[in-house]
Design a protein around this ligand. Structure first.
Ligand SMILES: Cc1ncc(COP(=O)(O)O)c(C=O)c1O
Length: 459
């Protein structure tokens, strides 16, 4: 069987049997999809027909050390040969070592690590810890959770009800758990208060959290959850007042602060954890993705010592278990991944390359009037596209801007699709200047062609 016919045969089997995430099989068949990926190296992957793709979001912003790291494969292989599995009731050396490592890099006294399998489980677990903590602390009435509009904290039942990403219609799964409260997003470019600078927006958005706590009765609020930099609101970096104010408000009302570090964690923002950009220590964190650079499913909720210690003592344990949480093979992969991030200085590289990347994107902004904003921190970047700088409105759907652009990136071998008005570009932390130049050139060529096809974009 030649390569092409094997690809065709696989494609047919996928169309018949595979229920892919967020895709319809009839549409995929019409488009000649799915693309079947077979290899990866750095920030590139190769498909079964031999085409190389640049992946400027490194596997949904998760492959922090890049593809093809044989050291991680070796660490996992060695562990699998020695002892393939033990359930979470037994400890293994890689699980202990990776917990110790996370405790070492996490801020303040965040030193208790609860291993799970993915980002949704990590945030779900963080919220469970918060609610269960209040019961042990003599405040069983605290169950409500404040999140921010345009957020995403995962796909499982509890966290799905927390706010709502612009790209996800969740109406099939309503009603959500009771006690979900939504606060504004501190997005300087689109502040709900109409503020036009980051500081005013930060202060307004934090004050709104306090008002919501008061309005809903502080004695019923368990936690506030937010990404330090909201990837799902297009990498909106809050003004410097925001997180210190949120920490202070949470402390004053006895509300636990949960930082969702699923995307921001493990070097992505130029710090080990996103919240460290403001020197804040949260109470609990959800974390995944970069923790293992997605070589295996591994994730963790991390709690402050003072919170975790409430679960000590007879009949007081945190009542939750899942079979694969802390899987030893995944833990070995995660440990090796964190060692690579540290040894290769990838946290610093994220900061340095992020600055270079944004400087290049800002040069593009000068050439294309439909670019409303370029923003980000470390290697979390967004180009926001607007039809009008005053209203910041989306394009007339009949122009097909997003589809055209997605098609142009596809034709040039770049795995990137606009999410609404956002082009989110968050490459692996091992990205080089040459890689960034290549991404920026593809953007430039695609934008130029787009403007020729849609003259209304000339503005
Ligand atoms: C901020 C944030 N939290 C949680 C999740 C859920 O993670 P997972 O898809 O691993 O369940 C995601 C997924 O992209 C995310 O972006």
């Amino acid at each position: 069987m030649n390569v092409l016919s094997k690809t065709e045969e696989l494609r047919r089997a996928a169309i018949d049997h595979l229920w892919m995430h967020n895709s319809g099989w009839i549409e995929m068949a019409e488009l000649g999809e799915p693309v079947i990926m077979v290899e990866g190296d750095g920030i590139r992957v190769k498909d079964s027909e031999g085409r190389t793709w640049i992946d400027p979001n490194g596997g949904y912003v998760s492959v922090n050390v890049g593809y093809g790291r044989t050291e991680i494969a070796e660490a996992a292989r060695e562990q699998m040969r020695k002892l393939s599995f033990q359930p979470p009731g037994a400890a293994t050396e890689p699980l202990i070592r990776v917990s110790e490592k996370i405790a070492e890099i996490a801020p303040g006294s965040m030193e208790r690590v609860y291993p799970v399998n993915g980002g949704s489980e990590s945030t779900e677990t963080a919220i469970k810890i918060a609610r269960a903590y209040h019961r042990r602390n003599g405040e069983p009435g605290r169950y409500k959770v404040i999140s921010r509009r345009y957020s995403y904290h995962g796909a499982t039942g509890g966290v799905l009800g927390m706010a709502g990403s612009v790209s996800a219609d969740r109406s099939d799964y309503e009603p959500f758990y009771p006690g979900m409260i939504y606060a504004p997003q501190p997005s300087p470019y689109r502040c709900e208060s109409g503020a036009t600078n980051a500081s005013d927006c930060a202060v307004y958005s934090a004050q709104q959290v306090e008002e919501l706590i008061i309005a809903h009765n502080p004695e019923t609020i368990a936690a506030f959850i937010g990404e330090p930099i909201s990837s799902n609101a297009g990498n909106a970096v809050p003004g410097d007042e925001y997180w210190p104010m949120i920490r202070d408000i949470c402390d004053r009302y006895g509300v636990l602060l949960v930082s969702d570090e699923v995307i921001c964690g493990y070097g992505r923002t130029g710090e080990w954890f996103g919240i460290q950009n403001w020197d804040i220590v949260p109470d609990v964190m959800g974390s995944a993705k970069g923790i293992v650079s997605s070589y295996m499913p591994f994730a963790a909720a991390v709690a402050k010592k003072e919170i975790a210690d409430a679960f000590e003592g007879e009949n007081n344990e945190f009542r939750m278990a899942n079979s694969f949480g802390g899987h030893p093979v995944a833990a070995a992969a995660a440990l090796k991944n964190l060692e690579i991030i540290e040894e290769e200085g990838l946290v610093e590289n994220s900061k340095r390359m992020g600055e270079y990347f944004r400087s290049q994107l800002r040069e593009l902004q000068e050439d294309y009037t439909f670019i409303g904003d370029v923003r980000g921190i470390g290697l979390m970047n967004t180009v926001e596209m607007v039809s009008d700088h005053e209203t910041k409105a989306d394009f007339d759907p009949s122009l097909g801007v997003q589809d055209r652009l997605g098609g142009k990136f596809y034709d040039r071998g770049m795995i990137l699709r606009p999410v609404g008005q956002f082009l989110n570009i968050s490459p692996p932390l091992c990205v080089t200047r040459e890689d960034i130049d290549e991404i920026v050139n593809i953007l430039d060529d695609s934008f130029r062609e787009l403007v020729e096809e849609v003259p209304q974009l000339k503005g």
